[in-house]
Design a protein around this ligand. Structure first.
Ligand code: FAD
Length: 382
């Protein structure tokens, strides 16, 4: 009998991490990753907190160049705080590097566009069909019409300054900036003394980005650091879904039969939109599956996605509170209030794993928005 053939459709974050895990742990199968871009991973900086990744899945990231900082800051008008939770980032160029170093050239095809993905075959736009025992759909954002969404949108620029910029650690949220178009904050990530990523981020009802306006705001923030001439060495933008509610069975129908990973399967944090932690966990779990065939794998992944959907209902409620109970200009107060909590609980929030007691603590204290509006938003559509 020949080896099982696993085809991963899409070489972005989730597809690459699963490919790397399979290449490392499953010499019993034949792997093929198909990516339309000429490089793996697009152009992103993916970050995560230490608390996001279970120790037994950490190996999935081994060998990928990672920047790590031991702590991070948050800033609001009435609260500034340093949290001793480590924060790490991976750049897509480094994920690409790891892929080409780890996989044999016949295990991947770059610059290859897919027209259809089915449980037993992938069809390419040039008319070719490729058969596989397990096909994993990792093509990124899919249909969103089953979800009730707000948006986290941002433009980020990496600046190279003439002199040290003086930002020593990540600033995850600087909500002291002028509030407009929803909850707005700046995010700073110092890759070196002179290289700094700054993102201008908005939790907004509208998924549209006014890129020149955000670029100008970023240049202004860079100028305020007083670190001399600032050259833009990279730029990225994102419009990420923030889930307030929806119908999981429409997002991923029970009779679908196709294994899915990444954001198209709902594997991301409903509030932060981070998908790297779920992608790492899924990669480790897929590599440990006894049977690498589409039907059992689809059943396993769908059941897992549905369990996470249920487990994360509280976060969708918080998102409704953020978007629907708080007036846009006072949304920052919801986050300012949240950051009063103990670091361990904040770590569990980042990881999407709040227990019932944690949930009660998040909601206690003097509410930052009118109580009636907060309750009706929390109890709204799940
Ligand atoms: C700029 C940006 C920054 C982000 N920062 C973070 C962060 O800090 N931490 C975090 O956890 N999350 C972050 N996210 C959110 C999320 O983790 C990313 O969007 C992540 O890349 C999603 O992973 P994915 O594998 O599901 O999709 P993607 O990474 O988008 O991968 C999908 C891949 O499939 C390929 N593809 C699609 N259609 C086809 C086709 N027809 N044929 C062939 N190939 C196809 C695409 O080219 C792409 O490479 C960020 C998102 C963006 C946009």
């Amino acid at each position: 009998m020949g080896m099982n053939r696993v085809i991963i459709a899409g070489g972005g974050l989730a597809g690459c991490l699963t490919a790397l895990a399979l290449a490392r742990r499953r010499p019993d199968m034949e792997l093929l990753v198909i990516e339309q871009g000429d490089r793996f991973g697009g152009n992103h900086t993916w970050s995560f907190f230490d608390t996001d990744i279970e120790p037994d899945a950490r190996w999935v990231l081994d060998g990928i160049k990672t920047h790590r900082w031991p702590d991070h800051d948050i800033r609001f008008p009435r609260r500034k705080r340093r949290l001793g939770i480590g924060y790490s980032s991976i750049r897509s160029a480094d994920l690409h590097q790891m892929m080409v170093a780890s996989l044999e050239p016949d295990n991947y095809r770059l610059g290859t566009a897919i027209s259809a993905v089915e449980p037993t075959q992938v069809r390419l736009t040039d008319g070719t069909s490729l058969a596989g025992d397990a096909i994993i759909d990792a093509r990124g954002t899919g249909q969103n019409d089953a979800l009730d969404l707000g948006w986290q949108k941002f433009v980020g620029r990496i600046y190279r300054f003439a002199r040290p910029h003086g930002v020593a650690r990540p600033v995850i949220m600087d909500g002291t900036v002028v509030q407009e178009d929803g909850y707005r904050f700046l995010y700073y990530l110092p890759f070196s003394d002179t290289d700094l990523l700054i993102e201008d981020t908005y939790y907004s009802e509208r998924p549209v980005i006014d890129r020149p306006r955000l670029q100008a705001a970023l240049d202004q923030a860079a100028g305020q650091l007083d670190a001399g001439k600032a050259e833009v060495i990279d730029e990225e933008e994102g419009v990420l879904p923030v889930i307030m509610g929806g119908d999981f069975d429409r997002l991923w129908p029970a009779d679908d039969g196709l294994p899915r990973i990444g954001v198209r399967a709902g594997f991301f944090h409903p509030t932060t939109s981070y998908s790297l932690p779920d992608a790492v966990a899924n990669a480790a779990l897929i590599a440990a599956q006894a049977e690498l065939h589409s039907a059992p794998l689809a059943g396993f992944l769908r059941a897992r996605a549905k369990a996470l959907w249920r487990q994360r209902a509280f976060f969708r409620g918080l998102n409704r509170m953020l978007f629907r109970a708080a007036r846009p200009e006072e949304r920052y107060k919801v986050l300012e209030h949240f950051y009063r909590l103990p670091p361990a609980l904040i770590g569990r929030f980042y990881a999407g794993r709040l227990g019932l007691l944690d949930q009660a603590r998040v909601l206690t204290g003097r509410p930052p928005v009118a109580l009636g509006r907060a309750i009706s938003a929390m109890l709204g559509k799940k």
